[in-house]
Structures are given as structure tokens and as C-alpha cells.
Write a protein that binds this ligand. Structure first.
Ligand SMILES: Cc1cc2nc3c(=O)[nH]c(=O)nc-3n(C[C@H](O)[C@H](O)[C@H](O)COP(=O)(O)OP(=O)(O)OC[C@H]3O[C@@H](n4cnc5c(N)ncnc54)[C@H](O)[C@@H]3O)c2cc1C
Length: 372
């Protein structure tokens, strides 16, 4: 590929930059197999919306394997509620096809209009309905992966953990079989909450309600950015009629939620973190973040929150990570490690990851220099 055209493939939503040796766009699984077999270093790439630099090629040594053309939506089993799709299928395209058949895929993330199924599986995304449906790993029947020799393997439930959430360091996911649900009719409420203690107690109550499928938090700054009054807000989605907003009003609330990311990035917040904490530590966390002026939003129902840092605030990130650890939390709840957090991986986790990598990718071809 021409050097000027390669630029777009040398970055992702993390806004970090790298350098590619080449970029290739296979259209079939056979083409993926033959490219992988004869290439030394491969970086699998879906839509490039990852926030940890996982699909960025390094030092001009990597060939970027753009999987977006593996976008076939294949055989569909309405009775068993499963569907086979290519790794490059975009989430929204899948949902549109399923909705026509009265079905849906329960995982939903903010960038559903661009992210690919392969990228979502490689990062084991959770997203806004995690409080009810967990991570994407719960919704996979099997995956087809290409190893470093170019061989194709089908991996069932017992072997998924070698690939799901491994950020492409163990092989290339080319095709998957997903589990589905009947299409749901949803309603929602937008709740204004005066203080962080109340946020915690409302979230605790909501989590007991099995019909609640989403609990999203917006702090005061983000609320104002969304045109709301300067208070905390919770967006609560229900899979019954309990929500006050229905039909078009429900859609409008979800559209507002979709705009949060553009608002944050448009406001020069270049780094969006993805920490995870227990609900009862939330008050301490938000008190600290507000003391240094850092906005925050996220999936409070599962404790995954996104503090947003502009260039001047990036200096607070190490301090925040220390604080989160002190609160018993995790520094990465959903975006992954990529190149951004490689120095922060716990030694024990690293040992396990190295073993998996050696076993699945003995030629050390995939995403070298990432995660471990
Ligand atoms: C606006 C926005 C909102 C987001 N919201 C969420 C959210 O709610 N929850 C969440 O968990 N994440 C979220 N993310 C981050 C999320 O990780 C990605 O959006 C998505 O999962 C990646 O899909 P992608 O196709 O862009 O993958 P890419 O960015 O292209 O790749 C991501 C990683 O997966 C690997 N990879 C990609 N395809 C394959 C494949 N076929 N086989 C093997 N490895 C592969 C890459 O090498 C890389 O390491 C968000 C990002 C943005 C920009």
C-alpha cells in the first residue's frame, strides 16, 4: 500500500502512532491464511476504534491485516438462536439484520456503528448492558482462528479464553458463531441525582431489579455538555415498561448517550481511562476526581468508569491509578492493555499471558510488543 494511505492504519482511537511495513485487506479466510503463512509479523485490525493502541503497527516491522472485508453475515439458526458472521462485520449491520428476524445481539457499545465483531471479541467488550448480560465472551458459541502457520482451527467454549480478550496476540479471529436473544422492547429513565452518596444507594437498588439492563453515570460536567442541568445523572434502561421514556423519547435518550464520547473528545480530552471499582468506593473516587477537575462517565452498574483527561491533566493519571489500586479497584476494566498500559500489567498476570502466547503463537507473529 502507498505510504500516504498507510497513515490511517498507523493509529487508532488511542491517538498513539506507529509505523507499518504494509497494510493488506484480505476478502476471504483463504486469503487471510495465505497472508499469515508467509508474513513474519502481523497486526490484526478491525475498525481501529480500540483505545489502548492494540492494532497499531510498531517500528515499521508489522504488516497490518485489515479484517474489515470479512464482513459476511452467514447462516442463521432461528430456533437455536445463533448466527455465523465474519470477524469484520460491524455491530450495527448485524443488529439491523437480526432485528428483521425478531432477534438481537445483547452486547452494545457506544461505537456500535463502526466497531467490528472481531475487534470486540479480541478485547472482550462489555459495554452499556454489561450489568445484565456481562461481557461478549458469554455470547460466543465458537470462533474460527488462523494460527501463525496459516492453519484454521475451530475453538469451542472451553478454548475461547485463549483468544477472547487476548487483544490479537494469540491468533486471528476470522469467523464466529454468536448466541442471540429475542428482540427486546426497552424503556428508560433519566434520573437527576444531587449527590454521590445518593448515586451509590440508587445504583444498589437498581442492581436488584432483574429488568434493568443499563445503568450509566454522567458527572456534572458531562451532564452540562449534554444539555442537562449541572447535577449528576443516571441513564437507566429497563426491559419492561418501568422506564418513563418510551418509543421516540427512549431513542432520543440513547442518542444523547451516544454523543458523550464525541463531546468528551471534542473538549480536548485525549485520554479516556477505564478503571473498575466497587460501587461503595465511588464516593471517594469522584471526590478525588472533582478535586482535580477531571470529568467522568461510564457503566456505574458494573463499576467501570471513564475519567477523561486533557493534555494538562495527563500528569494526574499515575496518581489516579495508585488511588484506584488503594481503593481495591482495577486500572483497566474494558479497553485492554495494548501498548498503552503494557508497563502496568501485574507480574502474575504477565506470566500467565506469556504461557498462553507461547502455546498459541510459537512463531511469535501476532501483535508482537503488545500486552506482555
Ligand atoms: C467511542 C468509543 C466507545 C467505546 N466503547 C466501549 C465500550 O463501551 N466497551 C468496551 O469494552 N470498549 C469500548 N470501546 C473500545 C473497544 O475496545 C473498541 O471499540 C472495540 O472493541 C474494538 O473494535 P475494533 O473493530 O475497532 O477493533 P480494533 O481497534 O481494530 O482492534 C482492537 C484490538 O483487537 C485486535 N483485533 C481486532 N480484530 C481482530 C481479529 N479479527 N482477530 C484478532 N485480533 C483482532 C487488534 O489487534 C487490537 O489489539 C470504545 C471505543 C470508542 C472509540
Amino acid at each position: 500500500m502507498r505510504k500516504d494511505l498507510m497513515k490511517a492504519y498507523e493509529t487508532d482511537a488511542s491517538q498513539l502512532n506507529g509505523r507499518a511495513l504494509d497494510v493488506v485487506h484480505p476478502k476471504t479466510v483463504m486469503e487471510v491464511r495465505s497472508i499469515v503463512a508467509k508474513t513474519q509479523r502481523i497486526v490484526p485490525r478491525g475498525a481501529g476504534t480500540g483505545l489502548a493502541g492494540g492494532c497499531i503497527p510498531l517500528n515499521g516491522l508489522d504488516v497490518v491485516l485489515d479484517l474489515s472485508k470479512l464482513n459476511g453475515i452467514g447462516s442463521f439458526d432461528k430456533e437455536r438462536r445463533t448466527i455465523e458472521v465474519g470477524a469484520g462485520v460491524i455491530l450495527d449491520d448485524l443488529q439491523i439484520c437480526l432485528a428483521r428476524n425478531g432477534l438481537e445481539f445483547p452486547i452494545n457499545i457506544l461505537n456500535h456503528n463502526v466497531c467490528t465483531v472481531g475487534g470486540m471479541i479480541a478485547t472482550d467488550v462489555g459495554g452499556s448492558r454489561m450489568v445484565k448480560y456481562g461481557k461478549i465472551s458469554n455470547w460466543i458459541k465458537w470462533i474460527d482462528v488462523v494460527d501463525g502457520y496459516g492453519n484454521l482451527h475451530r475453538k469451542g467454549v472451553t478454548e475461547l479464553s485463549d483468544y477472547v480478550g487476548m487483544e490479537g496476540i494469540t491468533g486471528v479471529i476470522v469467523r464466529v458463531c454468536l448466541k442471540l436473544l429475542p428482540l427486546k422492547k426497552r424503556t428508560a429513565s433519566l434520573m437527576k441525582v444531587e449527590n454521590s452518596e445518593k448515586v451509590v444507594s440508587i445504583v444498589r437498588d437498581l442492581k436488584r431489579n432483574l429488568n434493568v439492563s443499563m445503568i450509566e453515570f454522567l458527572d456534572k460536567k458531562i451532564s452540562v455538555g449534554m444539555g442537562l442541568i449541572e447535577d449528576y445523572h443516571l441513564i437507566v434502561e429497563y426491559e419492561d415498561n418501568s422506564g418513563l421514556l418510551k418509543g421516540r423519547e427512549y431513542e432520543e435518550l440513547m442518542e444523547m448517550r451516544n454523543r458523550i464520547y464525541s463531546f468528551v473528545v471534542g473538549g480536548s480530552h485525549v485520554r479516556i481511562e477505564d478503571l473498575k471499582i466497587m460501587t461503595d468506593r465511588f464516593v471517594k473516587l469522584i471526590t478525588w476526581l472533582e478535586s482535580v477537575g477531571i470529568p467522568i462517565f461510564g457503566h456505574i452498574g458494573v463499576g467501570i468508569l471513564h475519567p477523561c483527561f486533557n493534555r494538562n491533566q495527563e500528569k494526574y493519571i499515575p496518581e489516579m491509578m495508585k488511588f484506584v489500586k488503594k481503593l481495591g479497584g482495577q486500572i483497566s476494566g474494558e479497553y485492554g492493555i495494548g501498548i498503552l498500559k503494557i508497563n502496568l500489567v501485574d507480574m502474575n498476570d504477565k506470566k500467565i499471558l506469556i504461557n498462553v502466547k507461547k502455546r498459541t503463537d510459537p512463531l511469535n507473529k501476532f501483535n508482537v510488543g503488545k500486552v506482555i
